[in-house]
Write a protein that binds this ligand. Structure first.
Ligand code: GRF
Length: 201
């Protein structure tokens, strides 16, 4: 049984979508071993606690990044986590964190990367005037929103949209995409060639 570690900083809707996929049997062979937040009052953490999951706050305030990350790594190891899923985790990982879980950290980003990395991706896309946007699940490397892309889903930008309606349409696809990407990675049936993620039969 694979053990997932979820890192979040906010409402945790992607975390909940993953938890629901596992509970309904759509995502098999794994369980959520720990939910960690850098913010003790993240509502995603309360939701994890309400579901009886190990929910841990590890505050970053006043600490060096590497030291904070080391504590999170220790927590993940303690719970035997073998796949880390960033789900609205609003801090950059130190190189040491990335190296501690090589090709075993995933992130979801609300744009079709490499377009619109960073904060407020949906607003960036909307204001740029793109007619198609979406979400990307990718491996985490040492650059922001940069690692190998595992899966993307596109959504149209519609006439009457504003940034929040576009964000909601993207979020609905995020909730589907993340579990699919986790299943792909856990299956082990892929290879990475350059930047390309290739599914093996
Ligand atoms: C999502 O839009 C995700 O793509 C981004 O942060 C947001 C987190 O939302 N990385 P939630 O906390 O999962 O609801």
């Amino acid at each position: 049984m694979h053990k997932l570690g979820i890192l979040l900083s906010g409402r945790g809707s992607n975390f909940l979508a993953i938890a629901d996929s596992i509970a309904s049997g759509r995502l098999r062979g794994c369980e959520i071993a720990a939910v960690v937040s850098n913010l003790a009052d993240a509502s995603g953490l309360a939701a994890a606690r309400a579901r009886g999951l190990n929910a841990v706050a590890i505050e970053a305030r006043g600490r060096k990044r590497a030291e904070h990350d080391a504590e999170i790594i220790a927590c993940l190891r303690q719970h035997h986590v073998d796949l880390v899923c960033l789900a609205g985790y609003m801090r950059l990982l130190s190189p040491g964190f990335v190296q501690a879980f090589p090709q075993r950290i995933l992130n979801i980003h609300p744009s079709l990367l490499p377009a619109f990395p960073g904060l407020d991706a949906q607003l960036q896309a909307f204001e740029y005037g793109v007619q198609v946007s979406g979400c990307s699940v990718h491996f985490v490397d040492e650059q922001l929103d940069h690692g190998v892309i595992i899966l993307q889903k596109a959504v149209p930008v519609l006439e009457g949209d504003d940034a929040p309606t576009l964000a909601a349409r993207i979020l609905a696809q995020e909730h589907i995409a993340y579990s699919e990407a986790i299943a792909r990675v856990l299956s082990g049936r892929y290879e990475i060639v350059g930047r390309r993620y290739l599914l093996k039969p």
